[in-house]
Write a protein that binds this ligand. Structure first.
Ligand code: AMP
Length: 208
């Protein structure tokens, strides 16, 4: 089962991906998490990506496609994977189609005004990269590894509007792209996480 999660920043892709991957034994591939790790480790790629990410833009297709191509060669992907945050452009989707087969693209739909409120409450772990929301978890340290939590630079209000604009321009067309291939399923993401999860799980049960 090879899946793609589509949806704007703040739709809940990461939260849903974590539980769905555990439940269905899939590899969770978040390009955002991979890039943040590169930045934490201070690699050349991380340094190149930093300014683009902090400005709310997209890292170049070549870099991202190369990164995903390598990741998909890892043994944990043979039983299936879930791509979270990739593809984000038509060029990325075309490249993905040349590397592997996608069984389903799930679009988590959330109205724009809700996204800003959700993103402003988001906190990340400096140690393991786990994500939290202050409405559900208001501590300053991570419950998984104990490291301090922080607010992502690109979650600050000025950058959030750029990210949503970039999403509308570059990524939203992928909804039609996968619809045209008969692979798209829409899920209402403006509900409690458990309800969204139940609907996604039901879609995936049908696929198995
Ligand atoms: P995310 O955690 O998915 O919101 O990603 C954080 C940031 O990483 C994005 O705003 C982009 O700057 C960059 N990024 C993540 N995935 C991609 C991608 N597939 N293509 C280009 N840039 C990406």
């Amino acid at each position: 089962m090879n899946l793609v999660f589509l949806g704007p920043p703040g739709a809940g892709k990461g939260t849903q991906a974590e539980t769905i991957c555990k439940r269905f034994g899939l590899a969770h591939i978040s390009t955002g998490d991979m890039l943040r790790k590169e930045m934490r480790d201070g690699t050349e790629l991380g340094q190149k990506a930093k300014s683009v990410i902090e400005a709310g833009g997209l890292v170049s297709d070549d870099i991202i496609i190369g990164m995903v191509k390598n990741r998909l060669k890892q043994p944990d992907c043979t039983a299936g994977f879930l791509l979270d945050g990739f593809p984000r452009t038509i060029a990325q989707a075309d490249a993905l189609g040349g590397i592997t087969t996608i069984d389903l693209a799930i679009n988590i739909d959330v109205p724009e005004q809700v996204l800003v409120e959700r993103i402003s409450g988001r906190r990340m772990c400096t140690g393991c990269g786990a994500g939290f929301h202050v409405a559900m978890y208001d501590k300053s340290t991570c419950d998984k590894c104990g490291a301090a939590l922080y607010i992502r630079d690109d979650d600050k209000p000025d950058t959030v509007s750029s990210r949503i604009q970039v999403y509308n321009e570059k990524t939203q067309p992928l909804i039609q792209y996968y619809e045209g291939k008969g692979l798209l399923r829409n899920v209402d993401g403006n509900r409690k996480p458990a309800d969204v999860q139940a609907e996604i799980a039901a879609l995936l049960e049908q696929l198995q």
